[in-house]
Design a protein around this ligand. Sequence first.
Ligand SMILES: [Zn+2]
Ligand SMILES: [Zn+2]
Length: 191
Amino acid sequence: MTTLANVALGTAIALVVAAAMEPWARLLHGRVWHHRLWTIHRSHHGRREGRFETNDALSAAHAPFAAALVVIGCNLHGWLSAVTIGVGAGMTLFGISYVIVHDGLVHGRLPVAFLSKIPALRRIRDAHAVHHAKGAAPYGLFLGPRELGRTRRLVTQIPHARGARPSAPRTPDQAPEAPRDTRSDGAPRSA
Ligand SMILES: [Zn+2]
Ligand SMILES: [Zn+2]
């Protein structure tokens, strides 16, 4: 393969992997963080003391793997190098986007409030605010508005679902805490 073809292959793989990270992150968030790893994730659903929260470890968990893939890929050749770097770059692209939108825009940890001028990002912010308020779906971030719409349709269409318990832990020691202080734009500060 030519160098150009390898660049095109790596770019395509990076975009596919970045897109695939959303359902993966949603699965982890809903099935693992709100259950087995709730003791860590709950720091994101309570008031943050200082700049960091224990949950940051979960947010950064994929970073070493992404960085390792890029480094390994740089030491390979041809299409194998393109594929390896592409996977690592896709994970990195998703991770950076997640930090900017989730930690920056939604929770105000980065000076990116100007992003709320973009309607699609406002919808993402508002959908994630619902997750924080209820400790339940949507568990995805970028597709949170879509997930929220689907969840609401299900609750509306299935009579018994109206009284269904959310999938987040609800035992006294596990239940998500009340949403954190809110910004003037209505978004929670963290969680
Ligand atoms: Zn959560
Ligand atoms: Zn959050």
